[in-house]
Design a protein around this ligand. Structure first.
Ligand code: AHM
Ligand code: MG
Length: 331
């Protein structure tokens, strides 16, 4: 890309002008998440040093300070950034047992958004320096403004999301988000400390030849998933599909979002309803994927139409290029 750099803050500000009645609160929230992502990114960059040179996480470092696990650290950073934002009345995190309401401070009395997030998805990858991610999902509260948040504010179907996105901490750190008007992606320019527009209006190819799943579980997949994988491997004498699986959903999803492909986490013997979380992982990525022209299904309909019954609910997920998800659903 050439031309003038557009930072995340500038872009959000420009987009806000497209919605004449927007109060700017959602824009403020997205900016706060961007700030949290930069802090997490900074500390992730030291992960190898912390674990192998300075001291193991969970122990005390040479300054006598406790070395926090990075997923706990990311969780705390996000909660703090959102709590002090003034636009968010409560959060739910994959790392917390239940939701947290910020209603006790007067400052948040008018806040109308709740944010759900997985602070550091794929965290088992940190030890080996492989990519990890933060995933977030934003809803308007349904309970009266000013009071404590209720579980109903959080248990909304994915179709009610007003914004969603992820940050991938990889060879580059990237932030992709949607507010329901397409998907835009930003890359962190470390020299100036800003996310800069690098992937405007992302569209996922309708067809592609990449599939991503933990094929070690093949024996326990359903017959239709096995048939689809067999199709990917044989391709009727033409070049078979490529299997690409990092084991970090954001990274696997991100590659397929841009290049095309399908990510699958089917039911397995140990997790018949799937492993991944509906509210923290699948709904936000489904929103992004649909906005980029792809599909996200659980085998019986759209992921975003599932009516949630619990915060930490899990779901089967098939997400990616529209043509591939449709092919799998045909059975
Ligand atoms: P986590 O939230 O505990 O990190 O687990 C989620 C991760 C995803 O990022 C990834 O797609 C999946 O677990 C990998 O699971 P598996 O190791 O079973 O293939
Ligand atoms: Mg996770």
């Amino acid at each position: 890309m050439s031309g003038r750099i557009i930072t995340l803050d500038e872009f959000i500000f420009e987009k806000q002008k497209d919605f004449p009645y927007a109060s700017g609160e959602l824009s403020g929230l997205l900016r706060d998440i961007g700030v949290a992502a930069k802090i997490v990114n900074r500390d992730l960059g030291k992960a190898g040093l912390v674990d192998h040179i300075i001291g193991q996480t969970g122990t005390t470092n040479i300054q006598g300070e406790e070395v926090k696990k990075l997923d706990e650290f990311a969780n705390n950073i996000l909660i703090e950034c959102l709590k002090t934002s003034g636009e968010c009345c409560g959060v739910a995190s994959e790392e917390e047992d239940t939701f947290i309401s910020f209603h006790e401070s007067q400052r948040y009395s008018n806040a109308k958004y709740v944010v759900l997030f997985d602070p550091l998805d794929g965290s088992s990858n940190i030890d080996v320096g492989a990519p990890v991610g933060t995933i977030f999902s934003i809803y308007k509260r349904v309970s009266p403004i000013g009071g404590a948040c209720t579980i109903e504010d959080f248990l909304q179907p994915g179709t009610a999301q007003v914004a969603a996105g992820y940050v991938m901490y990889g060879s580059s750190t990237m932030l992709f988000y949607t507010t329901g008007a397409g998907v835009n992606g930003f890359t962190l320019d470390r020299s100036i400390g800003e996310f800069c527009l690098s992937h405007p209006d992302v569209k996922t190819p309708v067809m592609a030849k990449t599939y991503s799943c933990n094929q070690g579980n093949y024996a326990t997949f359903s017959p239709s998933v096995k048939t689809f994988i067999d199709y990917c491997q044989s391709s009727d004498g033409k070049k078979p599909f490529s299997l690409r699986y990092i084991g970090s959903m954001v990274a696997d999803f991100h590659r397929n979002l841009i290049k095309g492909g399908i990510f699958m986490y089917p039911g397995t013997a140990s997790a018949p309803k799937g492993k991944l979380r509906l509210m923290y992982e699948c709904n936000p990525l489904a929103f992004l994927q649909e906005q980029a022209g792809g599909k996200a299904d659980w085998g019986g309909g759209r992921i975003m139409e599932i009516v949630p019954t619990e915060l930490h609910q899990r779901t089967i997920v098939y997400i990616g290029s529209a043509g591939l998800v449709e092919k799998l659903m045909e059975g």
